[in-house]
Design a protein around this ligand. Sequence first.
Ligand code: ADP
Ligand code: MG
Length: 323
Amino acid sequence: MALGEFDLIARFFTRPVRRAVLGVGDDCALLQPTPGMQLAVSSDMLVEGRHFVSTVPPERLGHKALAVNLSDLAACGAQPLAFTLALALPRADEAFLAPLSRGLLALADEHDIELVGGDTTAGPLTLCITVFGEVPPGQALRRDGARPGDGVWVSHPPGSGLGDARLGLEALRGRVVLSGEGFEQARRAMEMPQPRVALGLALRGVATSAIDLSDGLTGDLGHVLARSGVGATIDADALPTSAALAAQPLALRRECTLAGGDDYELAFTAPAAHAQRVLVAASSAGCAATRIGRIEAAPGLRIVDARGAAVAATFPAFDHFKT
Ligand code: ADP
Ligand code: MG
């Protein structure tokens, strides 16, 4: 028997409410944020063929759809509360929906948040999630707080770095050949990003600005510089990399770390006097943080190598309507 719209919502996307006042099944969900807190809200959409390839395992797709949204809350230093899911599906296929929902709800459980509603329609495979989080007034990490003299930092997995998601994409495209283990690691980076929620919370009061890396470091950092009215110099050789990426030719390494996209790490700034607090925040959050440069008054992003020589790197930020 074919699975109908309401059967599939009930089977795959409905669980007993926990913190919400009202969840899936009514016209609206009702949330009760902690009194006095500000709501942090963000949406991110994943479109097949645009943000993911059709061969991605559905469980990982469910994970990634929520992970990229949680990454935005992380970049604001917000505590996640709940999310909604708007889903367009070519067909109501149980063999696809069961693992999709499993991957999605497993990450939700990890962050103790719940799915409170959404919309389901037939159409080209698209997942649009809206996340709701909360943050004390005035404490959200924003893009406009970087000041000259601040250090520029990136988070990364301990022992690894930026650019692996892009490396995985290039391997899928056949542009690079990786060993079995190197490929699995890069593919995992691309398909299973780990949102830095704990780091975002730990950086409240420590970082002066933050952004999550979705479109590539140089482009995303450029947004912080523009919003803050400052510039920066970063050291391309200071960017942390995995062993698999470190083994690649320099040009590819630079492209992946500086402009790779899909990292879902945090780039943030902090006064020099807070360096130790940044390292404590990262280790308490189970990740690493590396200082890659400094904020300067002169506008623009300057990229140098370890010897201080300019790196000719003009990678455009990813833009859906230009690339
Ligand atoms: P409405 O007609 O009021 O828009 P729907 O019939 O679209 O409501 O959805 C019925 C209920 O199921 C609503 O509570 C809605 O929030 C929820 N819902 C629909 N799709 C999803 C989904 N993909 N995940 C979670 N909840 C969903
Ligand atoms: Mg509806």
